[in-house]
Ligand binder design. Structure first.
Ligand code: ACO
Length: 703
């Protein structure tokens, strides 16, 4: 698919047809299992056994050259021999046989296949894998894998995998790039009673990848949240065109450079820099989780109804856990209802005298099941309360299962009208209570942090889903900027001099301070006077000098014409002495500007293409690396989100008299996109911002 929003894949194939064909994969009327075996130790046996035991209602065709019947089901020697159409086939035969089987599937007009077989691109056999992809493209087949454990889709009772049986049905579609982690997390969700609509093992992603599955599940009413475990992306530009209609939780590994290497060798795909992935997820409106427990907690919370407002109530039986939940709310920006008089009036009858109504509502250890039940009822029925957090610390006097049942009863009574999340801390009984809550589609977990970050995700998704739909296109480069670049290119140079960079960026619309280029002292004075530039910074211009300060090529704060003449001559002499071989072209003049130092840059990410960076300059960038990115093209709204994303954003809002001119920062971020496709790197460092505007005080372009 191209960056302009059409649905064409990098191979030139319209991915929409594949996405449509996934319907036959997840809801087939008939399934063939090629490589089905009567030997219980074999993968082909396990897949067939799972399909049958899971209660799939359609036709099942085991394909085996020798057997006539496996697990009581009649066998056929090839897919072509099946008596009816075959919608979907699982292929579990050794690698050399896969191509032949896929051809047979194509002849039979099979709409989609899952190739379980390993031994393709993950061990360097890229050509062999490409043959399968080409075949699938030629016949519009959706191909999942190879090197996958298959998938489970609970709404059609289809377990086409060699993973565990009896996945708990639910609304989360879990897509995993790692086979082993996918299988083990399937087991973990079953233990925790977390409901899944689907588990899909991506394998090598020869054809179907995250984008196609997200776009398929977008329109699947059985799925409300998509959770993806990702190691790396195959085609970053294509991924950037993914349409998001439902909440997507991303668990991306490979965040450390060692982790990224391991991911690259593990799946044959590349893991880009973590900041770029963060940018990509933010830009697409996906939410990121850092651990698998957080990812599932978030996904469960995202299955809750959307909150109608911001006021949150915490109900607890313990002060300590209540305080830690309050901290988490403050840190993550979840607002607690704060009207103490109103809270006292409503919640006092739910608790003993020594309880607290100050939110956290502390029903105390003495509140019992009735206390919880009453408090939860008030929280769920009062319209002024928009979301509810229930906390419970295990005590000898109150069985957590009783608390869970009270919460379930009350929640069902109000028909799940607002978000409600539960944290229970304790032993075996609390674990059991958590499972009961999860089974009843109430997100329950052992960590307060996960409950609150899950709740926060609901608010984040509310904001994301309300964003206007914007079609973005890379803006065209102005002719003047292109001419500068072409001129430099013709000269055989790979970088633009400062005044050339300024010329090109100014043509694109990057706000500049007063600036000029002079070859003599008289010319310098003339420019400074004409433009009223004083005080002025003067910098040597030479293709042979990179570090200007080291050779005496930078003089700041020149205040008048006399000083300008003297400093010009002084600079020429010093630089000639320190760099005798350098050809001196003149000097760059630039008005001195005060304000907050920012940095704006652009470089090319190998997977996602041009990426624009913004952050605060100085120590913020050097020590704290407080910068964020967006992939080109992006809209003005997105540029605003980029600016609001950095940790030191309070400084931009104005702190101790300093403040930023956000409009001109956004203008810079929009302008720099015009040049992004035509050069390798841009650095505006610093971009100084103050109440009057932002100014590119230094600029560098590499082509
Ligand atoms: N048509 C019909 N049947 C065939 C064909 C064919 N063209 N070719 C082979 N068969 C039959 C075989 O006769 C055999 O049946 P049998 O037991 O009755 O003799 C059956 O298909 C399987 O073939 P085998 O040669 O026995 O192969 P085996 O089962 O040992 O291995 C497999 C096949 C599982 C696909 C293997 O090659 C493989 O790739 N294993 C790795 C799978 C994997 O791990 N995938 C990634 C998962 S993700 C993760 O990491 C967890």
């Amino acid at each position: 698919m191209s960056p302009d929003g059409s649905s064409e894949g990098s191979s030139g194939i319209d991915t929409r047809v594949k996405v449509q064909n996934l319907k036959k994969v997840f809801n087939p009327k008939s399934v063939a299992i090629v490589g089905a075996s009567s030997e219980p130790g074999k993968v082909g046996y396990q897949v067939l056994n799972n399909v049958i035991k899971n209660g799939f209602k359609g036709k099942v065709y085991p394909i085996n050259k020798k057997a006539t019947e496996i697990l009581g089901v009649p066998c056929f020697p090839t897919v072509s021999d099946c008596p009816t159409d075959v919608d979907f086939a699982v292929i579990a035969v050794p690698a050399p046989m896969v191509e032949g089987v896929l051809k047979e599937c194509a002849q039979k007009n099979v709409k989609g296949v899952v190739i379980i077989t390993s031994g393709f691109s993950e061990i360097g056999k890229k050509k062999e894998e490409q043959v399968l992809k080409d075949l699938a493209d030629k016949h519009d087949m959706a191909l999942l894998g190879p090197n996958t454990f298959g998938f489970v889709y609970t709404p059609s009772n289809l377990n086409a995998s060699f993973g565990p049986q009896n996945v708990t049905p639910g609304k989360i579609a879990f897509i995993s790039q790692s086979g082993a982690l996918g299988i083990s997390l399937m087991g973990w969700t079953m233990m925790e009673k977390i409901g899944l609509a689907s588990v899909v093992s991506l394998g090598n992603k020869a054809d179907i990848g995250e984008k196609e599955l997200i776009e398929y599940f977008n329109d699947d009413p059985n799925v409300s949240v998509i959770l993806i475990y990702m190691e790396g992306i195959k085609d970053g530009r294509q991924f950037m065109t993914t349409k998001i209609k439902k909440p997507v939780v991303m668990l991306k590994s490979g965040t450390s450079s060692r982790g990224a290497q391991a991911a690259a060798s593990h799946t044959g795909s590349l893991s880009g820099s973590d900041k770029i992935y963060t940018a990509v997820f933010n830009q697409l409106g996906m939410m990121r989780a850092r651990t698998f427990t957080q990812a599932f907690a978030t996904a469960c919370c995202l299955s809750m109804p959307e909150p109608k407002g911001e006021e949150t109530i915490i109900i607890t039986n313990g002060g300590g856990i209540g305080v830690s939940a309050t901290d988490e709310c403050e840190n993550s920006g979840v607002k607690l209802l704060d009207d103490h008089v109103w809270l006292e009036e409503r919640f006092r009858p739910t608790m003993p005298e020594f309880g607290s109504t100050k939110n956290p509502i502390d029903v105390t250890g003495g509140g019992g099941r009735a206390g919880y039940q009453k408090a939860v009822r008030v929280a769920l029925t009062e319209e002024r309360i928009h979301s509810v957090v229930v906390l419970y610390c295990e005590t000898a006097v109150l069985d957590p299962v009783e608390v869970a049942k009270a919460v379930i009863d009350e929640y069902n009574a109000v028909k799940r009208n607002k978000p409600l999340v539960v944290t229970m801390v304790g032993g075996e009984r609390s674990r059991q209570a958590i499972q009961i809550l999860n089974e009843n589609q109430i997100p329950a977990m052992t960590e307060v942090r996960e409950a609150i970050s899950g709740l926060k995700a609901l608010y984040t998704w509310k904001e994301i889903s309300s964003r206007p739909k914007e079609k973005t296109k890379t803006p065209e480069i102005p002719v003047k900027a292109l001419e500068v670049i072409e001129r430099v290119r013709k000269e055989g140079r790979t970088f633009l001099l400062e005044h050339e960079s300024r010329e090109a960026l100014e043509a694109c619309g990057v706000p500049m301070p007063k600036w000029g280029f002079a070859t003599t002292a008289d010319e310098a004075v003339k420019i400074a006077e004409k433009t009223q530039m004083y005080p002025v910074a003067m910098k040597i211009a030479s293709v042979d000098i990179i570090h200007k300060s080291d050779v005496g090529g930078v003089i700041l704060n020149i205040k008048n014409a006399d000083e300008m003449r003297a400093k010009f001559n002084q600079m020429m002499e010093t630089v000639k002495k320190n760099a005798p071989k350098a050809k001196l072209l003149g000097v760059n003049l630039c008005q001195m500007v005060d304000g907050l130092q920012c940095i704006v840059g652009m470089n090319k990410d190998p997977q996602f293409g041009p990426a624009v960076m913004f952050g605060l300059g100085g120590i913020f960038v050097e020590v704290l690396k407080d910068v964020s990115f967006r992939i080109v093209p992006f809209s003005e709204n997105e540029a605003q989100r980029l600016v609001g994303e950095i940790k030191a954003k309070k400084l931009l809002d104005g702190y101790r008299g300093q403040g930023a001119h956000k409009e001109s920062i956004i203008k810079t971020l929009m302008a720099i996109q015009k040049i992004a496709e035509h050069v390798k790197e841009v650095d505006i460092n610093p971009l100084i911002t103050n109440k009057d505007g932002s100014f590119a005080v230094d600029a560098r372009i590499i082509i």
